[in-house]
Design a protein around this ligand. Structure first.
Ligand SMILES: *Cc1c(COP(=O)(O)O)cnc(C)c1O
Length: 431
């Protein structure tokens, strides 16, 4: 595969941006390659500047559930742009998107639009602290909630990929208010609460984790968290930035039948443009300015282009009766072919999947939390990643990320992926 143009661009980019990129995992560092520069994307395919075509399982890290450049989404954005790109004033689409979110996710009564998942979780945290008049939060090792200071200890994905323990620049006083529990381990949460009675404002969790690779929470674990939060007056915050509109219309909370107090969104909600949102019970959300005193604002929040892309994406999902069923069928088919392929070679593996999110871990251990995820052989992963890329399959360049199947993946794409996987896995096992 010729990647000379990409490599040249990366060389140039390193003079201008930290590590040559605007988001760390894009640099392909942990898989030991230069990153590719993407020229265009359509449906399930991406084409780089050297003309190589890939079947894409990154989907912009989650947003592209309809595939790239969906005609209706592009048309909505185009048409909206012609009437102006930003007003710094209210526009009707903000209402339309809010209404649709509330229809999909019944635990949401009031919702605030922001510009990224990071902003959504940071704002939800400030709100939870104000509402409970407490300072500390509990999160789980390996879960990622964006790059807000409070969330950066043991933060999974990018941080894990680069082997950074925690980020410098986070003050001790901030770090001490973040407590880390173990995913799927309720005892670890009980212990933290016992030691910090009446001081915990919120528990943040990815109800299906995607940022240590795909790891599902056990239903009993989530239910116990819910009960605990209710009895201890702690707000339960589901970070559904990845799982929202991905696993079901109503996200992971619909699947588990467990309602959090607050929910954060991002990724799909923006249809490929920068959007995040947070919402929940009216009596909590009304504390946000200007109806309340918790300040949170944004020059571009509710931006018409971003609202148009998100709205059109959710509308398409809404109109398509069996949307998640079809996505499940594609994902299930792919998972079965992966299992067949890997069972034919001599490799330790664990395949985790939740709907259209999945991760193939190179470990024989069951992966239920960050510690077990980290038992994966990341060198084998890097080899697998490289072999797949050479065969035209674009996977997330890290063991600790989830792959995404989109509605645009065709049967032919899945079969092509299967063929590539057989060769790649053989490659890894023979090396
Ligand atoms: C991606 C992600 C975020 C951060 O969203 P950004 O838009 O990248 O700031 C937060 N939480 C979860 C669960 C995510 O997957």
């Amino acid at each position: 595969m010729n990647t000379s143009k990409s490599s040249k661009l990366f060389e140039e980019a390193q003079k201008h941006m930290p590590g040559g990129v605007n988001s760390p995992v894009r640099a392909f560092k942990s898989v030991g390659r230069d990153p590719l520069y993407i020229q265009s994307a359509k449906g399930a395919k991406m084409t780089d500047v050297d003309g190589n075509e890939f079947i894409d399982y990154v989907g912009s890290w989650g947003p592209m559930i309809l595939g790239h450049a969906h005609e209706r989404v592009i048309e909505a954005v185009r048409e909206t742009a012609l009437s102006g790109t930003s007003f710094g004033a209210s526009n009707e689409r903000e209402i339309d998107l809010s209404v649709l979110i509330k229809k999909f996710v019944p635990s949401i009564e009031i919702v605030r639009m922001v510009n990224s998942g990071t902003e959504a979780t940071m704002s939800a945290m400030r709100l939870a602290r104000a509402f409970t008049e407490r300072d500390k939060i509990i999160k789980f090792e390996g879960c990622y909630h964006g790059h807000g200071d409070s969330f950066l200890s043991k933060a999974g994905s990018g941080v894990a990929t680069l082997g950074l323990p925690d980020s410098p620049g986070v003050t001790r006083s901030t770090a001490k208010d973040t407590l880390n529990a173990k995913y799927n381990n309720i005892e670890s949460v009980y212990d933290l609460i016992d030691g910090n009675k009446d001081r915990i404002a919120a528990i943040f969790i990815e109800p299906v984790a995607g940022n240590m690779g795909c790891v599902t929470a056990e239903k009993d674990f989530l239910q116990k968290l819910r009960d605990l939060c209710t009895s201890e007056r702690i707000l339960l915050v589901f970070d559904e930035v990845m799982t929202g509109f991905r696993l079901a219309k109503g996200g992971a909370q619909e699947i588990y039948g467990i309602a959090p107090d607050l929910t954060t969104f991002g990724k799909i909600i923006g249809g490929g443009l920068p959007v995040g949102a947070y919402g929940g019970h009216g009596d909590i959300m009304k504390m946000i300015a200007p109806s309340g005193s918790v300040y949170q604002a944004g020059t571009l929040s509710g931006n018409p282009l971003a609202m148009a892309a998100g709205l059109e994406t959710l509308k398409i999902i809404d109109e398509n009766e069996g949307f998640y069923q079809k996505l499940e069928e594609k994902s299930c088919y792919l998972a079965e072919t992966i299992l067949k392929a890997i069972q034919e070679v001599d490799l330790d593996y664990t395949l985790n999947r939740a709907g259209s999110m999945f991760t193939l871990f190179f470990t024989g251990q069951k992966v239920v939390d960050f510690d077990t995820a980290k038992t994966s052989d990341t060198k084998k992963f890097a080899r697998y990643f490289g072999a797949m890329l050479e065969l035209g399959i674009y996977l997330p360049p890290s063991q600790f990320e989830a792959c995404f199947v989109s509605m645009a993946h065709t049967e032919e794409d899945l079969k092509e992926t299967d063929r590539a996987m057989r060769t790649a896995l053989k490659n890894v096992s023979d090396a």
